[in-house]
Write a new protein. Sequence first.
Length: 480
Amino acid sequence: MRPAPTILHLDMDAFYASAEQAAKPSLRGKAVVVGGLGPRGVVATASYEARILGVHSAMPTAQARRLAPNAAYLVPRFPLYRSVSEQVMELLGRLSPLVEPLSLDEAFVDLEAGGVADDSVSARMTGERLRTAIREVTGLSGSVGLAGSKMLAKIASEQAKPDGLVLIEPGTERELLAPMSVRTLPGVGPATGDHLRRAGMTTVHDLAEAGEAELVRLVGKAHGHGLYRMALGFDDRPVVAERDAKSVSVEDTFDVDLHDRVRVRAEVERLAVRCVERLRSADRSGRTVVLKVRRYDFSTLTRSETLRGPTDDPTVVREAAARLLEAVDTTGGVRLLGVGVTGLADFTQEDLFAQAADARELAEAPEKPVADDDRKPVDEEPESAEQFAARRWPAGHDVRHAVHGHGWVQGSGVGRVTVRFEEPGGPVGRVVTFRIDDPELSPADPMPLVRDPVDYSSWPASLPKSRSGPVSSAGGESSP
């Protein structure tokens, strides 16, 4: 534990949904749900307006529609989210060389390592300036937690939501943690929480009172020792600048169960190619190929095959995944397939020599599924107008019209696509409906959320520091 609250945890507020509201003036202040929109879609993020209605992340989209029938339901736009995330991470990188990203919208920062904070006053000032910078650069809000450890900084940022800052003074940890649920502590999931509840422990205070020996007896030596230390407020995990990925994987959930064995194999091969593309984009190769199959009854099977050495060869990964599929019974139907690669390694020279030939193979690969027996293309059912519209015009995605300019898809159906023409920072736009094959309408790239962001290229050189002065109260929240 540090004597000063110089570990910062940033968590962007309802990130995907907030980005969509910032990009679409007509959605500001309204319920927005981002996620899969098919019969088996899942909510990725819900705006705070939708959360009031009971919608939350990981909820089936069908259930969300029942709770919030009038919300805007949008397909994720990951290019936009990644772009905004890069802007945020760049600001964090200017504060310290030790930034530990946890996801696109969440990260730890060691302010002491960056020399921008060494006490409560300077830490709070840095946190406030960071929130201001994020809003001016991205147009979005983030919540900040400051504490002497990663565990407490994350708890503080959760208390700060939405759009706030909470600083936990060193020395107040046990008092703050005592009334909280055991589920607050890292590593205590539903199963462990239920196990502790049956033993009569529902709060962090209960864990601290039980003692280390009792926790070791209940949950094992390694977990029990760590759980007791966290219950006392101790967490000495450092902020790690580089978190090495352990695996690369892709998966798809299908709106309708797949029964055709040829179709299942074709999907596995397609996923294998996508997995290799991700592997190469990370400049990695992998040794073990993993196949994931979720069947019609929700039972999930995983099979793996370890190769003689690391590879990023699409043919090798595809054939290994196909061999793994042969050992899985899919006759009852398949609702989800996934292909992954673990045992990651850096590129070798041999990998680089093989890339050119593999790239040609990827480019020349047939688009249609291939049968097992004679390797001839398999005829597919013709795509309906509804399927074409859903694929080409996903709800929420950007479009451009030759006459009306930039807009976004409000929805599609019965051979039509409805577009609202508006831009970030502008007024609410007008709605126009077109045929789905209108030649003047085309997909477009997302627009920046802020047209002329404030220049922070010299930041935080001018950031004032305070080595003395009044110390703010524990757990106090500043006004946004």
